[in-house]
Design a protein around this ligand. Structure first.
Ligand code: 8YV
Length: 319
């Protein structure tokens, strides 16, 4: 059986696929594979490991109806036309659970970096602007005892909440489409309306999927309902915040700061004003990018591929 892998994945996956007598073709170029190249590459394959932002849309799925399984190298599946995949009966699997800790770490890192202007000050040294000791240069704000608002309290949001409670004794409020009673019991998180989430959060962290409901959700009207001293963190998908509105909210001091691991578009252009603001930290979508987590994701991918190629039910389906 043959499988195409559209980017780099942990070597353990390659080893395990080979041990299962699966022959691999892998996209090795530095640039992202185009849609046309992906369709062409999948022509004689039985499975696909989709790495990065390839669109598994209706055009792709109809051109590649022969695929027995598609394994995503991500937990998010906003790039997939799930309805079409269902119609064509192509099993699609993702990597839930294993990347929650690493992604929450990234959110935590951004929160702390923003609160102390770390990325900006680091750049200041590189630029030769650390002249002498000043007691009141760019002052940060503290997180201890503050309120964390989680938009999308699922596995990743829960990990972020636990870290913030343990490190800073933060109070946790959250807003979801439906209540997460298990999490409420586990960490005493308080369910609030979306407007209350905006009003109460000192740090508002986004951990929801990108859907038609959440696209552009954080617009200027929403930022205006947040506290002027608040920090906005997004490690989910860049499409959830309106970037121009976020820039305006920061420039006009409607909110205090922002930390982003996801942008829209990705990659972010190097002249983006967000990169030059004191109270902003941006990372290039590294949420789950640790040795351990990428290896764990690889194992789930292998399980999905092996089951799918055998015509069995895949263990981590997105539908
Ligand atoms: C992926 C992610 O690693 O899991 C997700 O949804 O955003 C990342 O962890 C990334 O999409 C690359 O495949």
């Amino acid at each position: 059986m043959k499988v195409f892998i559209s980017g780099n994945i942990a070597p353990i996956a390659l080893k395990q696929l080979e041990e299962n007598n699966i022959s691999i073709t892998q996209w090795k170029e530095d640039r992202q594979i185009t849609q046309e190249e992906l369709i062409e590459a999948c022509k004689n394959q039985a499975g696909l490991v989709s790495v990065g932002p390839n669109k598994i849309d209706s055009e792709f799925l109809n051109a590649c109806k022969h695929l027995k399984v598609i394994a995503l190298h991500s937990v998010g599946f906003d790039q997939v036309d799930v309805g079409e995949a269902k119609k064509l009966k192509i099993p699609i699997g993702n990597t839930p659970g294993v990347l929650s800790g690493a992604t929450a770490d990234t959110a935590f890192l951004l929160m702390l970096a923003v609160s102390r202007k770390a990325f900006y000050l680091h750049k200041k040294i590189i630029d030769g602007k650390w002249q002498n000791y000043e007691p009141t240069p760019e002052l940060g704000i503290e997180l201890n005892g503050k309120t964390l608002g989680v938009f999308g309290l699922g596995k990743i949001g829960l990990e972020m909440a636990k870290k913030c409670m343990a490190a800073y004794n933060m109070k946790v409020v959250y807003h979801n489409r439906s209540r997460n009673e298990e999490a409420e019991q586990e960490i005493q998180a308080e369910y609030v309306s979306f407007n209350e989430l905006l009003a109460q959060s000192d740090v508002l962290t986004v951990h929801t999927a990108l859907t038609s409901e959440t696209t552009g959700k954080f617009s200027i009207d929403v930022f205006k309902k947040m506290k002027p001293a608040s920090i906005f963190i997004n490690t989910a998908r860049g499409g959830i915040h309106n970037e121009q509105d976020l820039i305006r909210a920061l420039e006009e001091k409607i909110i205090w700061g922002a930390g982003l691991d996801v942008t829209n578009p990705e990659p972010m252009k190097k002249n983006n004003p967000l990169l030059y603001m004191e109270n902003v930290a941006v990372l290039p979508h590294i949420g789950s990018a640790t040795e351990e987590t990428r290896a764990a994701m690889a194992e789930l991918i292998v399980e999905n591929i092996v089951a799918g190629l055998k015509g069995e039910k895949i263990p981590y389906p997105v539908y």
